[in-house]
Design a protein around this ligand. Structure first.
Ligand SMILES: Nc1ncnc2c1ncn2[C@@H]1O[C@H](COP(=O)(O)OP(=O)(O)OP(=O)(O)O)[C@@H](O)[C@H]1O
Ligand SMILES: [Mg+2]
Length: 271
């Protein structure tokens, strides 16, 4: 990455609006994502996360506003944008009938890369899929499919990666594997914009978190900045009702002459 690239946002979103008929999904969305960082877009179902990702990856045109990716305008230079990005959609692009290796080779061929076999081999190693390379992807676990999906999206070394809900439906172990992969990618300089409904995912991964709500970004900051929006946790006094076991043990002790301190001796006046 040159110094010049490092100073400019990898993604710049300004005043993006999008409606579907009467439904105003995006009402003026603004944010920047710095190169090599992980940016999490949080929002509930239907908030417009996928719509925004589609606009940034040139699959959809906004009604108003501009977006640049790697310095290229998504509206006027869509081909240049597409050359430098990759999108892993909410629903995986993996072909179940093909093996892991065949899926990767197919994408490398579609991207007109020389030596597609070598490209596939390197990615299978990098994503711990070498042993399963010759199995049909339909037999893969959820985590393996996601890893294959992300591996496919990295063919051609995109500088910006859009991940739409990368871990939805995965078990905790598979989520951890995908998180590890995403961290590695950012560590190597890839800019990652991911959408998620999981607060812990944003907390674990993101350098910055933006919350999309009712068509606008209502908060955008680091985790520490967002946490400062709420007062520090206060310690509350909670009265604990004794259980029958507590009462029983207080009365009889745990053995002969083994009365717990504070427990009244049976039958004695203890005023
Ligand atoms: N092509 C379309 N035509 C009509 N309405 C659409 C279209 N695409 C999205 N919408 C609507 O826009 C709203 C935002 O959808 P979007 O898929 O962007 O939400 P999301 O934040 O990605 O939700 P989820 O968390 O469920 O993936 C929804 O109400 C959806 O029904
Ligand atoms: Mg979505």
């Amino acid at each position: 990455m040159t110094t010049d690239q490092a100073l400019h946002p990898a993604i710049r979103v300004q005043g993006i609006e999008k409606s579907f008929k009467d439904l105003h999904v995006l009402r003026g969305v603004d944010f920047d994502v710095m190169p090599g960082s992980i940016f999490a877009l949080l929002g509930s179902n239907g908030a417009g996360k996928t719509t925004l990702v589609k606009i940034l990856s040139t699959l959809l045109k906004p009604d108003a506003g501009t977006a640049t990716v790697n310095g290229h305008d998504t509206g006027t230079e869509p081909a240049r944008v597409r050359e430098s990005i990759s999108l892993t959609g909410q629903f995986t692009a993996v072909d179940d009938v093909l093996t892991g290796r065949e899926n990767l080779v197919l994408v490398a061929r579609l991207r007109h890369l020389p030596r597609p076999d070598a490209v596939a081999g390197a990615l299978l190693e990098r994503f711990d899929l070498a042993e399963a390379a010759h199995r049909r992807a339909g037999t893969y676990s959820g985590g393996m499919r996601r890893r294959l999906d992300i591996a496919m999206s990295l063919i051609g070394n995109p500088r910006v990666l859009f991940l739409d809900e990368p871990t939805t439906g995965l078990d905790p172990q598979a989520r951890n594997e995908v998180w590890r992969t995403i961290r590695q990618l950012a560590g190597q300089g890839t800019t990652v914009l991911l959408t998620t409904q999981y607060l812990d995912e944003a907390e674990q991964l993101a350098d910055r978190i933006a919350i999309l709500h009712q068509g606008i970004i209502i908060q955008n900051g680091t985790l520490a900045e967002l946490k400062q929006l709420l007062p520090a946790a206060t310690v509350e006094y909670v009265e604990k009702q004794p259980s029958l076991e507590d009462v029983f043990l207080a009365l009889v002790g745990s053995g002969p002459d083994d009365r717990p301190s504070g427990a009244p001796a049976p039958g004695k006046d203890h005023r």
